[in-house]
Each structure stands twice: as C-alpha cells, then as structure tokens.
Design a protein around this ligand. Sequence first.
Ligand SMILES: Cc1cc2nc3c(=O)[nH]c(=O)nc-3n(C[C@H](O)[C@H](O)[C@H](O)COP(=O)(O)OP(=O)(O)OC[C@H]3O[C@@H](n4cnc5c(N)ncnc54)[C@H](O)[C@@H]3O)c2cc1C
Length: 455
Amino acid sequence: MNFDLFVIGGGSAGVRCARIAAGHGARVGIAESRFWGGTCVNIGCVPKKFLVMAAEYGALAEDARRFGWDVEAKSHNWSALLAAKDKEIARLNGIYRRLLENAGATIFDARATFIDAHTLDVGGQRITAERIVIATGGHPTGLDIPGAEHAIVSDDAFFLPEMPKRVAVIGSGYIAVEFAGVFAGLGAATHLVYRQPLPLRGFDEDIRAALAETLAGNGITLHPGALPTAISLTDDGKRLALNNGTALDVDLVFFATGRAANTKGLNLDAAGVNTGAKGEIPVDDAFATSAPHIYALGDVTDRLNLTPVATAQGHALADTLFGNNPRGVSLENVPTAVFSIPPIATVGLTEEEAAKRGEVTIFLSRFTPMRHTLTGRARKTLMKLVVDKATNKVLGAHMLGEDAPEIMQGIAVAITAGATKADFDRTIGIHPTAAEEFVTMRTQTRVAGPGIGAV
Ligand SMILES: Cc1cc2nc3c(=O)[nH]c(=O)nc-3n(C[C@H](O)[C@H](O)[C@H](O)COP(=O)(O)OP(=O)(O)OC[C@H]3O[C@@H](n4cnc5c(N)ncnc54)[C@H](O)[C@@H]3O)c2cc1C
C-alpha cells in the first residue's frame, strides 16, 4: 500500500485529519481538486465574514456622526473589497498547504475517485491506501424553475464582477439571511423571498421573530410565504415571478435554497460505500461508512454542517486511528452563529425543543443597546435563557445583537459544563456591556412545557 491513510478533500475536515494523522507518524496522502482550505476558507465562512464586515461599515460611518465624527460613507468600491478578500484568501491557501507539508503529508493537487475499496485514481495516478477518508464537502443547490440558469448560488457571490443595485435572495437559512444583509448594507435594494412565515427555520421562535423585524428595519423587503415560480430576462435585468402574483425586477437572483453532499462521480459503489437519500454518506459514531476501513467526515455526512464540527471530527478520527486516543465528537450543545446585521448566536435547545421534553422557565430580555441610545437607530438586542424547571440547568441560550457570536462562545463553555441558572446568577457581570444581561436576568418571562402554553 502507498499510504496508511488517504484523504479525499482538502477542506476543514480533510486538512485537519491529514495533518494530525501525519503528525502521529502515519504515511498520509491528501488530494484537493480545487482550493486548499475548502469551502470555509474560499467560498464560505471567511470571505462571507469579510463581506458582512464591509456591509457593517456603512451604518457604522453614519452612526459615528452621532458620536461627533465628521465622516460620511459616500460610496463603496466592490472591486477593492474583492481584491482585499482574494489577497487574504490566497495567503490562507498557502498556510493550509504548508501546514500539511510541514506535518509530512504528501499533497496531490488533483481529483480523487475510487477504483476499488483500497485503490484510488488521483489525477490519473493509481494510489493504494490501507484506510481512506472521504471529506469532499457539499455544494449549493438551486430551485428547479423556468429560468433558473439566470440565478446565482453562494459560490458565485464571492466573485461578482460588480455589486448589483437590486437583489432578490431566495431562501431563509443562514446563508440567505447573511447575504441579504450584505447586499442591503452595501446599498442594494434587497428582497428576501421565503416559504416559511419567519426566516431561519429551526432557530428559537423569539429570535426568528426579532430577526424578521430587524431585517425589515435594515430596509430589506421581506416576502414570507412566497414561492418563486420563474425567472425571465428583461431589458435591464431579471424578473422574478412569485406564486402570490408579485414580480420583482432585479439585477441579481440568488438561490440560497440548500446544499447537497459532494458524492457524485466518486464511484462509491466500487468501494462499497452507501449513500443516503440526498447523496450524503451515513456514518457510525466512529465515522465509519458501510465499508469499515473507509470513513466520512464533515459536510459530506450532512449532519451539523459547520467548520468547527468538521475540524473536530477530522482531529478525533486521526487521534483514534493513529494517536492511540479513540474518541468521537458530540453534536450536543454545538454553538452556532448567523452573521446577520446584527448577528445571532445560539447554543443548546430552543424553547420549542426544550418544552417538548419537560417544563422550562424562560428568561427573556429585549433592550436598546448602549450604542444605539446615542445613534437613535431602532435596533434592539434580544437575549434569552431556557432553563430546566426541575434541575435549574440552563438548556439553551440565544441572542440577537451586536457581538452575539463573541459572547456566546463563553456561554457555550458554561452550558457544556452543565451550569445552572444559579451559577449564572452568582456570576458577576462585566459593566457596561450587553453580555452582563446574561447573568442579571432575574424575572422569569414565562413557563413552557408539554401541554403548557405561554403563561
Ligand atoms: C456561504 C457559506 C458560509 C458559511 N459560513 C459558515 C460559518 O460562518 N461558520 C461555520 O462554521 N461554517 C460555515 N459554513 C459551512 C462550512 O464552510 C462547512 O461546514 C465546512 O467547510 C465543511 O468542511 P468539509 O471539510 O466537510 O468540506 P469542504 O470545506 O467543502 O471541503 C471539501 C473539499 O473537498 C474537495 N473535493 C471534493 N471532491 C473532491 C475529489 N473527488 N477529489 C479531491 N478533492 C475533492 C473540494 O474542492 C473541497 O475543497 C459556510 C458555508 C457556506 C457555503
């Protein structure tokens, strides 16, 4: 065999797994067909956050005037932003390559496909490996409607030649909400079209309702309960038809309607690896596929599609196989953020999930953050704790407001450690911050539980 371990895909999961396994002394090969660092670094978390930051500056410049600054955000240079973003990402690509090389892994800038259960075709080369990891990630999927070819997906959004003036974003998951904020913040007339009554299905209902208000407050036109039916070309752009009879004339239609696993073309049948209904690869707790020496990690398994989950899985598998430290990765209490403007962050159970399991006490606070008492911007912060009535354990924390993701990382430590509401209460706050509200909420808002409505 050429390698002890061969990793297909140089994204978050694959790079971490290959690097740690090589560090443990294994003979490791890794193939990446497109860009080192994968989705997160190139067309996901990292460039997305740069775009969100760019979008925030416009409002910050306006707000600065209320603090005495004589500034004005006159216009935005989209090409300058993309050039700065591309430069930083090229630097990160290099870092990922070097990390692998320094760890002693053999790098292939090539596509890998299975020939049989231990043999791969890697850019025309026949490679054999004792164990194989599939970490090929996912790709965005659009809607099957007439004119769909005129729409873009998130992969394209990072390379638009110019900033559109009128945009329709379709979908209401985190990618849809984030990009609507980017386009609106950079000055486009922005529509958000979605099937549900509120955006961000699966998130806490109070957060969803507050987000809808916030998006509208940011000037985004919301189209809840609407389904796109067709896209046609007009003299100066595109027309998006909705099933409620509305037609939106825009420059850009953006499908943020979901993602699917990258398993097509891998020739998985030849390796005995089964896939699920949507093309994802089911795995057991030790990341093994239906072929016991072939593993799958990260988005290709379509469980919790987040970078820190993918890297944690890659690390755990490498430690298990070559580091004499067998372990899995718990998918409970995984904190997550939505980089809307302002952002959302959450950890643990929503009120709805928790109330199905037992009685819970809800603590909720909605207030104008200190900055906006001076700016006058109508932008409220929402913070919420979901507490188990029987044990007093904090089961969930949710926030919409400035710095929510930065605040939530610490709250996630407390919840992972099993903190009770009494532990939160005896923690001294940091003043003056929004974060201190999480340790000073004393008045219960309501009790919820199986069969109990809000009281
Ligand atoms: C717009 C967007 C924003 C996001 N924002 C966030 C965020 O804020 N926070 C967060 O935690 N997560 C975010 N994510 C999710 C995050 O990017 C993914 O969860 C993460 O990248 C998954 O890592 P992975 O290694 O499983 O797959 P990927 O990072 O997708 O890596 C898979 C790699 O495999 C390569 N590949 C595929 N097939 C082959 C083959 N046959 N041979 C060789 N190479 C192959 C691909 O080119 C790719 O580089 C975002 C995703 C998107 C799309």
